[in-house]
Design a binder for this molecule. Structure first.
Ligand code: FPP
Length: 237
């Protein structure tokens, strides 16, 4: 596929929703949908990386997802471990840098080990940054940032009124990264569900009824086509 787009977003965020419904339509267990969701993710990463997208942030596991049935939670963790084990080498060859946003300390040991390995292996890569949002919640991220800034105030390093928007941005998991230009949510849900709350302030949103396992490079191109027709004004005329 050629790159026919005038504007390629520097940063794309994706809420990969609809795996459960995709499986249900096929009378299969929910984890089956997540498995096919990994395939969709694979093709989207490939397309983004070849188009020159700088940062891709995908919502893989939210702070609320722990409330799902135990077998679904453990199935998702297993998928994550298998995904990292099987994909890291190829991602590394494609110069992708793997990072995580979220409280990964609370993840199972095997997942933490694979994440540490993926970080270490890909940390100097200069291609696309892939942020896996794992045990991530936007409010929790902001809360942690506020704690850091409050500690700096308490130590006397800064005065409260010296806190800038930039300092807040730098206290978040996404520190050093540009805010998303485009946020995609699949499966027909029109909400942001605690994803990148601070960072989405000026982001263009693209919602599609397509369920995540059916999302692929062509669907991504459709989102980019729509994005290219948008006129971003950032509050100006
Ligand atoms: C939402 O669908 C999807 C998730 C909660 C998990 C997303 C995970 C993947 C795509 C695969 C795992 C990722 C990695 C990196 C290995 P849902 O279950 O809420 O679907 P539903 O709304 O139809 O029930």
């Amino acid at each position: 596929m050629a790159n026919e787009f005038e504007k390629i977003p520097t940063h794309i965020g994706i809420i990969m929703d609809g795996n459960g419904r995709w499986a249900k339509k096929r009378f299969m267990p929910r984890i089956f949908g997540h498995k096919y969701g990994v395939e969709a993710l694979r093709s989207v990463i490939k397309r983004c990386s070849s188009l020159g997208v700088g940062y891709l942030t995908v919502y893989a596991f939210s702070t609320e997802n722990w409330n799902r049935p135990q077998d679904e939670v453990s199935g998702l963790m297993e998928l994550l471990v298998n995904y990292l084990r099987s994909e890291v080498d190829e991602l590394h060859e494609n110069k992708v840098r793997i990072m995580c946003i979220g409280d990964i300390e609370a993840l199972p040991e095997t997942a933490k080990r694979e994440i540490a390995n993926a970080f270490e292996k890909t940390k100097d890569n200069t291609g696309m940054t892939l942020n896996l949002a794992l045990n991530y919640g936007g409010r929790d991220e902001i809360r942690r940032g506020i704690i850091k800034l409050a500690e700096a105030v308490k130590k006397g390093d800064i005065e409260p009124e010296q806190i800038t928007e930039e300092m807040i941005g730098e206290s978040l998991y996404t520190r050093g990264q540009p805010d998303p230009d485009l946020m995609i949510r699949t499966s027909g849900e029109i909400r942001i569900s605690n994803f990148l709350l601070w960072q989405l302030a000026y982001t263009e949103f693209y919602f599609t009824d397509v369920l995540w396992p059916d999302f692929d490079a062509r669907e991504l191109d459709q989102a980019l086509f729509v994005y290219n027709q948008r006129n971003r004004r950032y509050g100006k005329v």
